[in-house]
Design a protein around this ligand. Structure first.
Ligand SMILES: [Cu+2]
Length: 132
């Protein structure tokens, strides 16, 4: 019985994880903007994968968990017209861009203390997937 429950919990957990990592682009709002809420903390971004349509405006509502550890959001994809370097706060910040070129671009936190692994290495990295 216990193992059945455990298997069920694992299955549920897996389907929830899949639900959080969509492969279809975000549905734009009525005003045509693709809005995505992105949260972060030590050491993750959620969701870890963002799928958007090219040449459609994107608005990320990005924030971080409360706490003293600073985090930021960096996307260096000038070839797709996207360059983001923003400090994240508990209060969500609106980050707007239009990705012009399909492809997969990493987003990450560039915070790092001397002699320590950076936040990106610790897991604060995700993928911005731009589809045609
Ligand atoms: Cu960080």
């Amino acid at each position: 019985m216990k193992s059945t429950l455990f298997a069920l919990a694992v299955t549920l957990g897996a389907s929830i994880a899949i639900a959080q990592e969509p492969s279809a682009p975000v549905k734009p709002d009525a005003d045509g903007v693709q809005r995505i809420t992105l949260t972060s903390g030590s050491y993750f971004f959620k969701p870890g994968r963002i799928v958007v349509k090219a040449n459609v405006p994107v608005e990320l509502l990005a924030s971080r968990e409360s706490g003293i550890t600073p985090h930021n959001l960096v996307i260096q994809a000038p070839e797709a017209g996207v360059t983001v370097d923003q400090e994240l706060a508990v209060e969500p910040k609106k980050i707007a861009f239009v990705a012009t070129k399909p492809g997969k671009y990493p987003f990450y936190c560039s915070k790092k203390l001397p002699f320590m692994a950076g936040h990106r290495e610790k897991g604060m990295e995700g993928v911005l997937e731009v589809v045609p």
